[in-house]
Design a protein around this ligand. Structure first.
Ligand SMILES: *[C@@H]1O[C@H](CO)[C@@H](O)[C@H](O)[C@H]1NC(C)=O
Ligand SMILES: *[C@@H]1O[C@H](CO)[C@@H](O)[C@H](O)[C@H]1NC(C)=O
Ligand SMILES: *[C@@H]1O[C@H](CO)[C@@H](O)[C@H](O)[C@H]1NC(C)=O
Length: 524
């Protein structure tokens, strides 16, 4: 303070004599600087929030939504302070020139100097499955003949050449699955321009994997066709890729993952685990699979209590009522949440795991790109598929009498979803899968006359309603300032084997607890 005694800071005398100045003089110079910076930052944050709100309010109108102006087109980002605002390059979205034609801008950045990107952490462990999934082609490479054979059941082929995407549609997919999958890949190209190698990517948007392992093994077998889809199982070789819902599912009002993940986090604070209903909750469509109809038998009634509270989702009614009952972030009301596969894997798994509740996972037959990173008793509680009611009853009783352990399981799953499945890692998974896949190509793809260039303008400018809204909300503004995460090495066979064996023995452990519980209850 003494050293500031004669420091007028160049201010007029009447100010220096004022009471405020007397107060400021008592503070050190650094304190004043800190306070001043805080005011600036808060002001800047407030300003970006206003831009966001402005954008959202425009959203619902039918007036042209997009302009070539480069203001923040990605809502909610205003909550974060950009790490390096001056370095952030933004790729403009030009719907003035591209609103009616399906044309794409020619000045798209397709390269970026990687050297000035900041390094990134090691990717989550489940990325190691990329090595396993691509193993069938690791030594033989990917030839044109193999790719052509993959088209048999596919919905589309996307060709990536010099960072640009070209689409050939074979068959329109169910709802907007294909649209939002393609949208997601375009966002990847915006995020990492010039980094995704040339390739052809054949995609099947139907639920079930179709490339059977046994047909492509043995001495005289053909080489397997590389076919992308959303899930796989232990007897198929389809390549698993993040599903469309990460960018939004307009038909059932499921928002882009970035937004939903934040809502789920906030939703979890509304009701602490102890104050939640002490039962297993499930809501969905029981019609799609026999195993779900079997689960319905465990519902509570006048005559039975299996600790299950099960509800059928009526999408028709939900849509009329504005999806109030299906808001995922307000479905974290029970201590336990059941996950059960539908016709194959279900996109609901990530929403269920994100709840802070114990996930009661009915033995799954399919995996998607991240679920192989989940461990029984750590992230979820395993439920037998052939004795669901007894299994659920025991799980809930166990959790209600081991509250600490049960909460830890719920928390571990939410942390996994919030940390290891955030959108950054979804993009990085896509990047590493496609980068490793593209490197296996033995030929340079060429464009057939049927292929048309695909870019965000050709997709979003003509889109309408919720589809357009979700696209705008999940638009990647520009190239990332950081490199993709560092790919972990492949598993060595013994450690992979040990890991699978460990999962197996955790599940068998639960089964044996369950057995002695029921043996005891039968006797008494
Ligand atoms: C589309 O572009 C034309 C020509 O540039 C322009 O006159 C029209 O207003 C645009 N429409 C929308 C919906 O932006
Ligand atoms: C399960 O039981 C509850 C309570 O009786 C009921 O509201 C619900 O509709 C039942 N669920 C199904 C799928 O029948
Ligand atoms: C564990 O492995 C054994 C032997 O391979 C198998 O018979 C059993 O079904 C597996 N258990 C589970 C829960 O997957």
């Amino acid at each position: 303070m003494v050293e500031h005694e004669n420091n007028g800071w160049g201010l007029p005398r009447h100010f220096r004599d004022g009471i405020w100045w007397q107060f400021i003089k008592t503070l050190s110079r650094s304190t004043v600087l800190v306070v001043f910076s805080v005011v600036l930052i808060v002001g800047a944050l407030f300003y970006t929030r206003m831009l966001d709100t402005h954008l959202l309010s425009r959203d619902s109108s039918t007036k042209p939504l997009l302009t070539s102006k480069i203001y923040d087109t990605r809502p909610f980002l205003g909550h974060e302070i950009p790490k390096n605002p001056h370095n952030q390059i933004e790729i403009p979205l030009d719907c003035n020139t591209h609103n009616l034609t399906k044309s794409c801008p020619t000045n798209y950045p397709t390269t970026k100097d990687n050297d000035d990107l900041s390094p990134s952490a090691t990717c989550p462990d489940y990325f190691r499955w990329i090595h396993e999934d691509l193993r069938p082609w690791a030594h033989i490479g990917i030839t044109k003949e193999m790719v052509d054979r993959a088209k048999e059941t596919a919905n589309f082929k996307l060709v990536i050449l010099n960072g640009k995407a070209y689409l050939e549609t074979y068959e329109k997919a169910f709802q907007t699955r294909d649209t939002f999958t393609l949208w997601g890949i375009l966002q990847l190209l915006r995020r990492y321009p010039g980094m995704v190698p040339d390739m052809e990517l054949v995609f099947d948007c139907v639920d079930w994997p179709v490339v059977p392992m046994d047909r492509y093994s043995g001495p005289d077998a053909m080489d397997p066709p590389p076919l992308f889809r959303y899930c796989g199982n232990d007897v198929t070789m389809d390549l698993v890729f993040p599903d469309w819902s990460f960018w939004g599912w307009p038909e059932v009002n499921i928002k882009p993952w970035d937004i939903l993940l934040r809502e789920l986090k906030e939703g979890n604070t509304r009701k602490s685990w102890l104050n939640r209903e002490p039962y297993g909750y499930w809501k969905g469509n029981p019609e799609v699979a026999e195993t779900r109809q079997d689960l319905m038998k465990c519902n509570v009634s006048d005559t039975q209590e299996w600790n299950a509270r099960l509800y059928a989702q009526d999408w028709g009614k939900e849509s009329q009522q504005g999806y109030k009952q299906s808001d995922l972030a307000s479905q974290c009301t029970h201590r336990y949440k059941v996950y059960i596969e539908g016709s194959a894997w279900s996109v609901s798994e990530k929403y269920i795991l994100a709840c802070d509740s114990v996930t009661l996972l009915v033995k799954p037959h399919y995996y998607d790109f991240f679920t192989r990173g989940l461990n029984p008793l750590h992230h979820y509680w395993p439920i037998k598929e052939d004795d669901k009611c007894k299994s659920i009853k025991y799980a809930v009783d166990w959790g209600n009498s081991h509250k600490e352990e049960a909460q830890n399981i719920g928390k571990a799953a939410s942390n996994f979803i919030q940390e290891e499945l955030k959108m950054d890692y979804v993009y990085d998974y896509m990047f590493h899968l496609l980068n490793s896949y593209g490197k296996l190509f033995t030929y340079t793809p060429s464009l057939s006359p049927e292929a048309t260039e695909l870019c965000v303008e050709s997709m979003v400018c003509k889109a309408e309603g919720r589809e357009k809204k979700f696209m705008m909300e999940s638009l990647v503004k520009g190239p990332s300032n950081t490199k993709p995460c560092t790919m972990p090495p492949p598993y060595d066979p013994p450690s992979l084997h040990a890991q699978l064996k460990g999962k197996n023995s955790s599940i068998e452990q639960v089964e044996s607890w369950e057995k002695s519980y029921w043996d005891k209850n039968m006797k008494s």
